[in-house]
Design a binder for this molecule. Structure first.
Ligand code: MG
Length: 492
């Protein structure tokens, strides 16, 4: 860690923690105050919009953050319970708004909650902006004079504008003609206020599951995994629906179930979107190949279909804020990650669960293909994941100690790979150091795969991931790589 760098609060998706444990009202109001002061330094005055997901603790944390914001002199507009992309859109499209706050822990269990700060353009904050807030948080700060308190107001129109914009950004007429039968699962989260109405406006025949807002998540946990969506998938096939659509708790992500009840992984839906968006762009855009941006751990299936369609893939570090910022820089029309988070730049530069759902319906309507057919066109790869815990090496606590070990580990890893070619039983054909180290390997003639070794940004673990065209090889790659990480750790 560089000198003068403050202790880290923000992870890849804001600050998260257990309510009244790591995240309590004192913490939240201080963070609100720090955010308020950082905005006032930048813009002179500050106007902030704040929205929440459906968690039981969201109202409590919102009140605390609002208190801190007002004490620092920021004017606050409460927009109520909204999907994250609706809050972001409301911030980004309002010229008078200097920033936003979303109270959400996305897909985490119900005892968790989080605080996410949003830039004036609606995108997730850059690391530099977060560090400015962290610096203020850990210094001597106080709100302004009593005459300078911020003003508080409410405006609950964000969800309506959001729904209008989704419907206007897809081929609504083509979708309506198909009268799709849709099983929609909002995971009792924020999408309950928007997605059912968007899909109704797109002429879908709806069967809703867990679309009543409930912060206890009585239907299933709010992470849209295959396991959590078993019942949803069974309903899709039992009721002969065309598609199952499921959001995470704050509705910035969407996963799909095909008409046979098969769970479609986030990497496969990302590839379906990428292929379609590249083809669309080629039919309308200039001579430059369309760019798709994705994180370094996404499936090679995405690159395969993008190349075949005539586009180019740019890889980034893991995390949607960096994917979005790279998309802006590269002029990309589409980007996303393999976790169901997709960014369509025609609408805005952040993940949008409802836009993903509407786009998938548009693809089905325009191609005339079933979701199973679209999924079967994507090359098949298998991924495996594991991790190595190094908390026993931490003789002292704190972020600084963790950063020092990570730095030493990465140096040792670089050296070891050059010296020994990783002790893998497969030859290494290429490497990429965008985030950690990704090694492309050739398990056998004509076959490709990769391994990725990457220290976690927030926990004392080294993550190991792999991909290959069969499950056994993917597992073998990951376990060999894990052994190698352990041996490098031992020699630190
Ligand atoms: Mg989310």
């Amino acid at each position: 860690m560089a000198e003068n760098e403050p202790p880290r609060l923000f992870g890849t998706n804001g600050v998260r923690g257990v309510v009244n444990g790591t995240i309590d009202p004192l913490f939240a109001s201080r963070l609100g105050l720090a955010f308020s002061l950082s905005l006032r330094r930048k813009y002179g005055a500050a106007r902030v919009k704040i929205g929440t997901d459906t968690r039981v603790s969201s109202e409590m944390l919102k009140s605390a953050v609002v208190s801190g914001l007002l004490s620092g002199g920021a004017d606050v507009v409460d927009i109520g319970v909204s999907p994250s992309p609706a809050v972001q859109q409301s911030v980004g499209t309002d010229d008078l708004c200097d920033g936003g706050v979303i109270i959400t822990a996305s897909h985490n269990p119900p005892q968790f909650n989080g605080i996410k700060c949003i830039s004036a353009d609606g995108t997730e904050m850059s690391r530099d902006e977060e560090m400015e807030i962290e610096r203020l948080f850990f210094s001597e700060i106080y709100g302004g004079d009593w005459t300078e308190m911020g003003h508080f107001s409410e405006d609950y129109s964000a969800n309506d504008s959001y729904m209008d914009s989704i419907v206007s950004q897809v081929d609504a007429e083509a979708i309506k003609e198909r009268h799709f039968r849709v099983v929609l699962d909002c995971s009792n989260g924020a999408a309950s206020y928007t997605s059912p109405y968007i899909l109704e406006r797109l002429g879908c025949m709806l069967i809703t599951l867990n679309c009543q807002p409930d912060g206890f998540f009585p239907g299933h946990m709010s992470e849209p995994t295959e396991r959590n969506l078993k019942d949803t998938a069974a309903v899709v096939s039992a009721l002969s629906a065309d598609i199952g659509i499921a959001h995470d708790g704050d509705a910035d992500r969407t996963v799909f179930i095909d008409e046979t009840g098969r769970y479609i992984s986030g990497n496969v839906s990302l590839a379906i979107f990428a292929k379609y968006m590249v083809r669309n762009a080629l039919s309308t855009a200039g001579p430059a190949p369309p760019v798709v941006v994705t994180a370094i751990d996404s499936s090679s299936a995405v690159e395969d279909v993008v190349k075949e369609a005539g586009g180019v893939v740019k890889y980034t570090r893991i995390g949607s804020p960096v994917v979005a910022r790279t998309m802006i820089r590269e002029g990309a029309m589409f980007g996303g990650e393999g976790n169901g988070g997709a960014i369509f730049s025609c609408l805005h530069y952040f993940r949008d669960g409802a836009m993903s759902a509407a786009k998938m319906l548009e693809i089905m309507a325009r191609t005339g293909k079933k979701l199973s057919e679209l999924a079967d066109e994507v090359p098949v790869y298998f991924q495996a994941k594991d991790s190595v815990d190094y908390s026993s090496l931490l003789t002292e606590g704190g972020v600084e100690a963790m950063s020092r070990i990570k730095e030493r580990f990465m140096q040792a890893l670089e050296g070891s790979i050059i010296d020994t070619s990783l002790h893998l039983s497969f030859p290494v054909t290429d490497r990429n150091t965008t985030d950690g180290i990704k090694l492309y390997v050739a398990p056998s003639a004509g076959e490709t795969g990769w391994v990725l070794i990457r220290p976690s940004g927030t926990e004392p673990i080294i993550r190991v991931a792999s991909e290959a065209s069969d499950a056994g090889t993917a597992k073998k790659l990951v376990s060999e790589t894990r052994e190698f990480v352990l041996s490098v750790m031992k020699n630190l």
